[in-house]
Design a protein around this ligand. Structure first.
Ligand SMILES: [Zn+2]
Ligand SMILES: [Zn+2]
Length: 143
């Protein structure tokens, strides 16, 4: 997203754009984005500073760290960027900074739900779908 300095009115401006911000394919946690990035930027300019309040929304596909089910989640992150301007500045391209912030904003551990019970370590059954047949402890009866 490019912000043209001369097009910013004194009271500031809010820009909306939908674009790909070119995230690398090898993101941690096997995250795959399945929606375009909705970018909204509230731009304010002072004498020599550009302040950009940005919100990025998208949707991604991954799998639950605990139960390994495929999941889809919304991404929504906001951040504040600032740039120093000089007289020669025509425009500021914020795409690279957006990319960095989005990568930093991604959850490091993705789970389908806070209450996810995960998989049984013994039989691999999904414990969200009911109890497995394993016993809590292998108790051997002495006869
Ligand atoms: Zn889960
Ligand atoms: Zn089990």
């Amino acid at each position: 997203m490019k912000i043209y300095i001369r097009r910013i009115p004194p009271q500031g401006i809010t820009l909306q754009e939908q674009e790909s911000i070119g995230l690398p394919d090898n993101l941690s946690g096997d995250i795959k984005f399945i929606a375009p990035f909705d970018i909204s930027a509230k731009v304010d300019k002072t004498q020599d500073t550009l302040l950009v309040e940005t919100t990025v929304k998208s949707r991604f596909q991954s799998f639950c760290f605990r139960c390994l089910q495929d999941i889809e989640k919304d991404l929504c992150c906001s951040f504040l960027l600032d740039y120093t301007l000089d007289r020669q500045t025509d425009f500021i391209d914020i795409t690279e900074d957006l990319r960095q912030e989005v990568i930093l904003g991604l959850p490091s551990l993705i789970i389908c739900d806070e209450t996810c019970k995960g998989l049984c370590p013994k039989c691999g059954n999904n414990l969200n779908e009911g109890k497995c047949l394993c016993l809590p402890n292998d108790t051997k009866k002495i006869k």
